[in-house]
Design a protein around this ligand. Structure first.
Ligand code: C2E
Ligand code: CA
Ligand code: CA
Ligand code: CA
Length: 277
């Protein structure tokens, strides 16, 4: 291994926060965590590139594991998917998120984005199930955006397409996540019932120092608009990237420069500080 390649690998594996150090997570520990309801949702704001107005939040799960601090989703979501524990975990994620949305923004406009695992799309009854959750919290499905990764929407496309279509018919908004790192064709994209496309942070966070990334971002925005999709850029880490996104007419921006994922108390302070509400 060359030293620089090795360094790259290390920096990719190194989490931003010391609390999020990766460690072995076992199925037993995960099951216990679910039983003890140790998962908490953080919320990251999404704003209009043009006006800075609040458009919504993305719900991101964290595990408050006793003795270990906060464990980040990349260390347990893949295991949860492999073991089937993603189903009960997603139940807790949805209840907590909808509870927060209805308590904090009873009938106000911010939309809430929730990440869906590929596994969930194998169940055709997911649409009815999600609609039941919404009814319970008195939230219209149109206030939610369900994010599905590009790769997951494309593998096993027939079942996924049926599940996505049912969700769309119930009124849920659908978003194609991590766009640009997968392999979907324009034809496939156009066929799926999405209303939003999220440009992967890989291209966005490198836009400030890479002409190539800027060309890719600009191209994706044009393509998405041509297909009638709203575009969110994730991973916006500085002001010049936000300026660039405005120039290429990207709709929404999300990233550390705007606001980090926050617990509910921090969201309240952030709202007060940013919008005076
Ligand atoms: P994702 O859906 O692509 O989420 C975006 C990730 O980018 C989040 O990492 C977020 O904290 C991070 N991020 C936000 N702004 C910036 C930025 O400006 N720069 C950089 N470098 N990163 C930024 P997080 O919270 O660690 O989540 C990682 C992944 O875990 C998510 O990727 C998603 O695939 C999965 N995940 C998170 N929460 C859930 C959940 O509730 N359910 C499911 N099924 N998956 C989840
Ligand atoms: Ca996402
Ligand atoms: Ca993403
Ligand atoms: Ca991702």
């Amino acid at each position: 291994l060359s030293a620089s390649w090795h360094d790259d690998l290390n920096s990719m594996a190194t989490p931003a926060s010391p609390l999020s150090a990766p460690h072995e997570v076992t199925e037993e520990a995960l099951l216990r965590g679910i039983e003890h309801e140790e998962f908490v949702m953080y919320y990251q704001p999404k704003v209009s590139c043009d006006t800075g107005a609040l458009a919504g939040f993305e719900a991101l799960v964290r595990w408050q594991c006793p003795g270990k601090g906060i464990v980040m989703p990349d260390s347990f979501i893949p295991l949860a998917e492999r073991t089937g524990l993603i189903a009960p975990l997603t139940e807790q994620i949805i209840s907590q998120s909808l509870d927060w949305l209805s308590a904090s923004f009873a009938n106000a406009s911010p939309l809430l984005s929730i990440n869906l695992s590929a596994k969930s799309l194998n169940h055709l009854d997911i649409a009815d199930h999600f609609a039941d959750h919404c009814a319970h919290y008195d939230i219209l499905p149109s206030r939610l955006i369900l994010e599905v990764t590009e790769t997951c929407a494309m593998t096993d496309a027939t079942v996924a397409l049926a599940a996505l279509t049912r969700l769309r018919l119930k009124g849920f908004n659908l978003s194609i996540d991590d766009f640009g790192v997968g392999y979907s064709s324009l034809a496939q994209l156009a066929r799926l019932p999405f209303s939003e496309l999220k440009i992967d942070k890989m291209f966005v966070s490198s836009a400030s120092n890479s002409k190539e990334s800027r060309m890719i971002v600009k191209g994706i925005v044009g393509l998405a608009h041509g297909l009638g999709l709203r575009v969110t850029a994730e991973g916006v880490e500085d002001e010049c990237t936000l300026d660039f996104l405005r120039d290429v007419e990207c709709d929404l921006a999300q990233g550390y420069f705007i606001g980090k994922p926050m617990d509910t108390a921090a969201v309240t302070s952030w709202m007060a500080l940013t919008y005076g509400t």
